[in-house]
Design a protein around this ligand. Structure first.
Ligand SMILES: *Cc1c(COP(=O)(O)O)cnc(C)c1O
Length: 373
């Protein structure tokens, strides 16, 4: 079996985890949390890091820190994980959608301005599958309309837009360290910002909005979104090697791209000239002319013991969101097409070039059987 993903944990992870057990520091009060926050925020180039328990909590914390409130509208891509919409809804705000570009699968920035109303408070670009959103138009529109920019950077650890790291480009960013992300803490997340007030609000929200001057007396809603010292221990060990991991991802991504570029009917995510992508996932989109959709390709690959995952389903097509009366009559054709025709192939850090050869050959076999070439 070639698994779709496997974390690489053969550095200091075990040693630092043991230290947690030996010292008894297993809660969020342990010293590794602050160290991990410092290391990661330094790496990305933000002033403050606020570690939380997962990436979904990080989005909600970032939105709260940015002051998103009841009735505010937040513009986001239709092609993203449901966490983005859920976090907005939990703050009683409203997700507003734009479609994505056919070549990067990132938010189509040409559609943002038409969705701005008097209630719009923020734009939430989501850097998809390792490739940065075209941020200059986003930042320009935000400036012109006095909006905040909240980056969901859960898929782009180390990626760059015009030489600057994703997650340092807007007002605040959210991160995930789930087991399949470029660095992992098992479950985990972080909020990054260089705004001291937002950093304070984020830290407060993650910790039940305790007040420093009067403990157990609360003036705002918060949650327990704290990260444990054990998660942070793994995070520190992963930070030792983040450059190496990004390098591996890029090398494997380019190898995949070269392998698959000759296949008619298969499209990979482009790398724009202004981007440094980190190939979080090695994705393919099948042309409709192949007679295959993502589902049938995934089933055929599973029979050959190759792990895959489907693309996200559009937010406007999610039953749970439609039941809330959201996105009535809205249609996002690029999202609808890629969510049916797109999948990702084995993408872990432990993948070998020989395994990629095997995957590429399997994909080729399945395509030629179906199309009778
Ligand atoms: C993984 C991911 C998240 C959520 O992270 P969790 O840690 O799984 O909650 C959010 N946004 C994007 C774009 C992601 O890929």
């Amino acid at each position: 079996m070639i698994p779709v993903n496997q974390p690489l944990l053969n550095g200091r992870e075990k040693e630092l985890l043991c230290e947690c057990i030996e010292t008894g520091w297993i809660s969020s009060d342990g010293p590794f949390v602050k160290e991990f926050e410092n290391k990661f925020s330094n790496y990305i180039g933000s002033e403050y890091g606020i570690a939380v328990c997962n990436g979904t909590a990080a989005i909600e914390t970032a939105l709260f820190a940015a002051g998103i409130n009841c009735g505010d509208e937040v513009i986001m891509p239709s092609f993203t994980i449901i966490s983005c919409a859920l976090a907005v809804l939990r703050l009683r705000a409203v997700p507003v959608l734009v479609d994505v570009e056919p070549d990067t699968w990132n938010m189509n920035t040409d559609q943002i301005e038409a969705r701005i109303t008097g209630k719009t408070k923020a734009i939430m670009p989501v850097h998809i599958y390792g490739h940065p959103v075209d941020m200059d138009p986003v930042l320009e529109i935000a400036k012109k309309n006095n909006l905040l920019v909240i980056e969901d950077a859960a898929e782009v650890h180390g990626a760059e837009y015009k030489g600057n790291k994703c997650g340092s480009l807007g007002n605040i960013s959210s991160w995930s360290f789930y087991a399949n992300k470029i660095i992992t803490t098992g479950e985990g997340g972080m909020v990054l910002t260089s705004d001291p007030n937002m950093a304070k609000r984020a830290a407060s929200y993650r910790n039940l909005s305790f007040r420093s001057e009067k403990r157990f007396y609360h003036t705002e809603m918060g949650y327990n979104f704290r990260m444990t010292n054990m998660q942070a221990a793994i995070g520190i060990a992963q930070m030792d090697r983040i450059e190496e991991f990004v390098h591996i991802k890029r090398r494997l991504g380019e190898y995949y791209r070269n392998k698959l570029s000759g296949y008619k009917g298969i499209k990979c995510q482009v790398e724009k000239p202004w981007a440094k992508t980190v190939y979080w996932m090695y994705c393919i989109e099948l042309a409709k002319e192949t007679g295959l959709d993502a589902d049938s390709m995934m089933k055929a690959l599973a029979k050959k013991n190759i792990g895959t995952r489907p693309f996200f389903f559009g937010l406007h097509e999610q039953p749970v969101l439609k039941d809330l009366g959201l996105f009535k009559g809205e249609c996002y054709p690029v999202t609808e097409s890629i969510s049916r025709q797109g999948l990702y192939l084995p993408s872990g850090l432990t993948l070998t070039e020989k395994q990629i050869d095997e995957v590429a050959e399997a994909v080729g076999d399945i395509m030629s059987n179906r199309t009778g070439v």
